[in-house]
Design a protein. Structure first.
Length: 148
């Protein structure tokens, strides 16, 4: 029996995957629990069309992300911070402050997609951060911590 999975199931398959299972497992467990649907010809056609549309949409999002990253990589973003003696910052800079600086520059990036360097950012200077805009588009952007 072939079924189309509606959810990720451990040791069986991922969502939107057509797999072959034993009749009893499909009829008595997967289909009644809403984890799968019977893979008839019409379901397979709809599934193929859905995958085609999803691939097209994903390709457009990838193109937009690569254009956005090209603009971002050319700039150096300034992150203001309160600075004490010897150029030392009170506290440290986090990805929240960098996301705010990017937002002010016109780039709306979620903070979970920004990874700062592992060493503590506790002094004024130039640094680089990793940014993920799409699962296939990522890279480094430069930012500068400046006195507030």
């Amino acid at each position: 029996m072939e079924v189309l999975l509606k959810k990720d199931i451990d040791r069986l398959g991922n969502k939107d995957e057509i797999i072959s299972v034993k009749n009893g497992f499909g009829r008595n467990f997967l289909i009644p629990k809403g984890m799968a649907v019977l893979a008839t010809d019409s379901v397979k056609k709809m599934h193929a069309e859905t995958l085609k549309q999803r691939a097209h949409k994903d390709n457009q999002m990838k193109e937009e992300a690569s254009k956005l990253f090209a603009k971002m990589s050319k700039q150096t973003f300034k992150v203001p911070a309160k600075v004490g003696e010897n150029g030392k910052i009170f506290g440290s800079i986090s990805n929240i402050q960098l996301a705010d600086a990017l937002d002010k520059a016109g780039f709306k990036i979620e903070r979970k997609n920004i990874t700062l360097p592992t060493n503590n950012l506790k002094s004024v200077g130039k640094f680089e951060a990793d940014v993920v805009l799409h699962k296939e588009v990522s890279g480094k952007i430069s930012f500068e911590i400046v006195e507030d």
